[in-house]
Design a protein around this ligand. Structure first.
Ligand code: IVH
Length: 673
């Protein structure tokens, strides 16, 4: 079954949004950067070939967001950009060529190479030499105020020595850098958490991301956070280069990673990258590459920025670490929606800081494509943070009697006959009461991004399902009536049972959008749940909605709306919701307050020449107020700003009945508070 371009674009957007959420909000990525970049590149290419299909909400039109409600928003003075990635020498030479093309031929170009610390970026604003605000990157334009948390990091100077400041004539400035955890400290933290029965973190970066977003700075203070700064910015600055700025930051008392180097050509840059790819394991913290920056600040300015990354810098990403081992067996896992996923059981091997005994095989087509068989010697890799995967089979080591794998016919958990829709790669168990599905649904319900019930993890859910305590979500809220029985379970003492019951009670405070996400309706990810909740404001209104009404929500497509209708059409789902409502869960919410940014969600197109500013300046203004700027007029455009000598965009706007603004009207809108 071939998909149309439109369908593929929509599909890619959905997938990327989910990964954005996993990465930025949950701090639990499920794919490697390389795989993410590949998806994004496919989307960029398709949109380039079909520009009329670009929508302002496409993931290509913004930087990933990690905005959550609890922290005060902070508008960045200049956007916090991300970097384009390169993966090999050729791509580095391409970058070099683009830099050269962007500058006068006579100019000498130097690069500064820095280690790419695998942590979480942060911006620190100093006023009068004192730390005033620390903010996360957020969506690049607006971050979150995490000052109290950052202040707990001992290496962050709260004020700068006056003598030093006056020596450099500096008082107001911004520094940016990376908060991270050393590997040893991270392992120790995880061990402590495991002992206490708390969830462990997948890697130091996730642990850092989770920590800086904690609401209680006292807990943050106990976590082993560290920081390196790599960027200094101020109107008062007299320096001419990144190299000088790094040295200046050191003098000001900031922790700067000392492994930086000034290179006079790309060859030296490549040597630096190769050397550090070799030496990365010798460092006490994780790095995932090298950042290469044009040294001259004047040249940086000339090169400027495109979309979300600067043209004067690039990241060189290290290759995933690989090793060979023996694939003992392929087992099939059943997910909460009944999808079967093959998992390779491996002879345990140590790779990049941890022992690996399993790797995902995605689906049966992948097994066929790579001709993976039980007993094979396979090459596996770990892309920094994610579940390891099987790259390929070492065919020369295959035993003669090995057999091709066949797809399963029956569910390995409940034994029911499996279903494989025509044209799809997935295989499904259609038995809703399959214990694996029940476990998966409960696990999803209790997970961090959903009801966030601390303590109710895989082990307890398995135990409770086996003991027949849990079948459905509402059973969770009845556990408190089984306190005596629970305490009698050998592993659980009184204290942990009470902690669990408290955590369950506390989850009732979760907002309607979280509850809606927790229900686990197919295709309704966290982002979609939020939009739907904010639109309908109650489950009753949503249950009455038609497919068309649901689809009228920005970014919500037919697969989601159909799935919601199907979900509510089943009586058992409606009954379950009623039970949860009785238990005290939130099935409604207040209309969200207006966002701080008056252009939030609005899309502008600019045409013709403006007299008071350049188009780029207009674009920056719109973006800084939360709006979007696209190049083509479509039915999703809210305003077309028309300058002198407008192009065909004006005709199109008139045809589509889009609001047209003169420059004067536009300026008025900008100045209106
Ligand atoms: S420069 C425009 N330098 O990598 C400048 N970034 O996608 C962008 N990072 O968000 C940042 N070490 O979180 C820079 N020495 C370094 C870095 C570094 C780590 C992170 C940073 C950024 C991401 C790039």
């Amino acid at each position: 079954m071939n998909k149309t371009v439109e369908e593929r674009i929509e599909e890619l957007r959905e997938i990327i949004r989910q990964h954005d959420y996993n990465y930025h909000v949950l701090a639990q990525p499920t794919i490697s950067d390389f795989e993410y970049d590949k998806l994004m590149q496919e989307l960029i290419d398709l949109e380039k070939a079909h520009p009329h299909l670009i929508t302002p909400d496409s993931p290509t039109q913004r930087v990933g967001s990690d905005l959550t409600k609890e922290f005060k928003p902070v508008q960045h003075t200049t956007p916090m950009l991300s970097l384009a990635n390169t993966y090999n020498e050729d791509e580095l030479y391409d970058f070099d060529r683009r830099v050269k093309e962007g500058l006068p031929a006579s100019e000498k170009i130097e690069y500064v190479c820095e280690l790419k610390i695998d942590g979480v970026s942060v911006s620190l604003i100093y006023n009068d030499g004192k730390l005033a605000v620390a903010a996360t990157r957020g969506d690049g334009i607006t971050g979150e105020d995490i000052t109290p948390n950052v202040k707990t990091i001992k290496s962050v100077p709260l004020s700068i020595n006056k003598k030093i400041l006056s020596a450099y004539n500096l008082s107001n400035f911004e520094v940016r850098g990376e908060i991270y955890m050393e590997i040893e400290a991270f392992n120790k933290l995880n061990q402590e958490r495991e002992l206490l029965g708390e969830r462990t973190f997948a890697n130091p970066r996730n642990s850092t991301a989770g920590t800086i977003k904690l609401q209680d700075p006292k807990i943050v203070a106990k976590r082993p956070l560290k920081i390196f700064l790599y960027y200094l910015f101020s109107d008062e600055l007299k320096s001419n280069s990144q190299y000088e700025n790094l040295q200046l930051m050191e003098k000001l008392g900031f922790p700067v990673n000392k492994n930086y180097k000034l290179c006079s050509n790309m060859k030296e840059v490549i040597e630096f990258c190769k050397a550090w790819e070799e030496k990365r394991d010798d460092l006490p913290y994780e790095i995932d590459g090298v950042v290469i920056k044009v040294n001259s600040l004047a040249q940086q300015k000339v090169l400027g920025t495109i979309a979300k990354s600067p043209r004067w810098a690039v990241a060189f990403k290290f290759k995933a670490k690989q090793i060979t081992t023996k694939l003992k067996k392929v087992i099939w896992q059943v997910g909460r929606l009944g999808t079967l996923t093959p998992v390779a059981e491996l002879e345990p091997v140590f790779l990049a800081g941890s022992t690996i005994s399993r790797a995902t095989l995605h689906n049966f087509d992948e097994i066929k494509r790579k001709d993976i068989r039980e007993g094979d010697t396979v090459l596996i890799e770990k892309g920094g943070d994610v579940i390891p995967k099987v790259v390929s089979v070492i065919i020369s080591k295959r035993s003669k009697d090995s057999k091709e794998l066949l797809p399963p016919k029956f569910c390995p958990v409940c034994g029911s006959k499996l279903y494989r829709p025509e044209g799809e790669v997935a295989i499904y168990c259609e038995n809703n009461l399959c214990p694996a599905q029940i476990r998966g649904r409960l696990l999803h319900f209790a997970s961090r991004g959903a009801m966030d019930i601390e303590g109710l993890g895989e082990a307890l859910i398995n135990l409770f399902v086996d003991m027949n305590f849990l079948h459905s979500y509402s059973d969770i809220y009845n556990l408190k009536n089984r306190r005596a029985e629970l305490i009698n379970i050998e592993r659980l003492g009184e204290k942990s049972v009470d902690n669990l019951i408290n955590a369950i009670e506390k989850s009732k405070e979760k907002s309607f959008e979280k509850v809606l996400f927790a229900l686990g309706i197919r295709y309704v990810g966290a982002g979609a749940a939020k939009k739907i909740a904010e639109h309908f404001l109650s489950i009753d209104a949503l249950m009455k909605a038609t497919e068309e009404e649901i689809e009228s929500i920005h970014e919500i497509g037919p697969s989601i709306s159909k799935s919601i209708i199907r979900y509510f059409s089943e009586k058992k789902n409606r009954d379950e919701i009623e039970k949860l409502r009785q238990a005290g869960l939130k099935f409604e919410m207040e209309k969200p307050k207006k966002t701080l940014y008056k252009f939030a969600g609005k899309t502008f197109v600019l045409t013709g020449t403006l007299s008071s500013m350049t188009r780029d300046e207009a674009k920056d203004k719109i973006i800084s107020l939360g709006g979007n700027v696209t190049s083509t007029v479509s039915k999703n455009t809210n305003y077309v700003v028309v300058g002198e000598n407008p192009g065909s965009k004006l005709d199109k706007a008139q045809k589509l009945n889009v609001t047209i603004l003169s420059e004067e009207e536009f300026l008025k809108m900008l100045s209106n508070k």
